[in-house]
Design a protein. Structure first.
Length: 133
């Protein structure tokens, strides 16, 4: 994708900004696993790192970048948060994510609160949950 700006896309609410080891590869995986659509991308730097990728997944924004230790973003695997997708058809979303290579952490199942819910982890260390009726 060529360099674009997010000015044509209105961003509202809380937007997760993930630092991962391989932002371009993560964006490609999220396209396969979650149907992510790319809104904007800055070109890679001379070290092959990407400063910014803006995606939408199921109507919500997710932003990504590679680690930049020299600017206060050291290489630390994601921890202590979960990216949750609440969808009307969790089995469809789950099967696509699993087929894209995400690792099952908690199998998709009927939970005590009534939703089908499960958790998967991507190769970048990000935990994703999928839930719905």
């Amino acid at each position: 994708m060529t360099e674009t700006t997010a000015s044509s896309n209105t961003i509202v609410g809380v937007v997760p900004y993930l630092s991962v080891d391989g932002a371009v590869k993560a964006a490609e995986l999220y396209a396969r696993a979650f149907g992510a659509e790319e809104i904007a991308r800055h070109p890679v730097d001379d070290q092959g790192r990407t400063m910014h990728i803006h995606l939408t997944i199921h109507g919500g924004s997710v932003m990504l970048c590679d680690f930049y230790p020299e600017h206060g973003y050291p290489a630390v695997r994601p921890q202590a948060f979960t990216m949750h997708l609440q969808v009307p058809d969790p089995d469809v979303w789950w099967n696509r994510a699993e087929a894209a290579g995400l690792e099952i952490v908690t199998p998709l199942q009927k939970m005590f609160w009534g939703d089908r819910y499960g958790q998967l982890k991507d190769p970048f260390g990000v935990l994703w949950s999928i839930g719905g009726t």
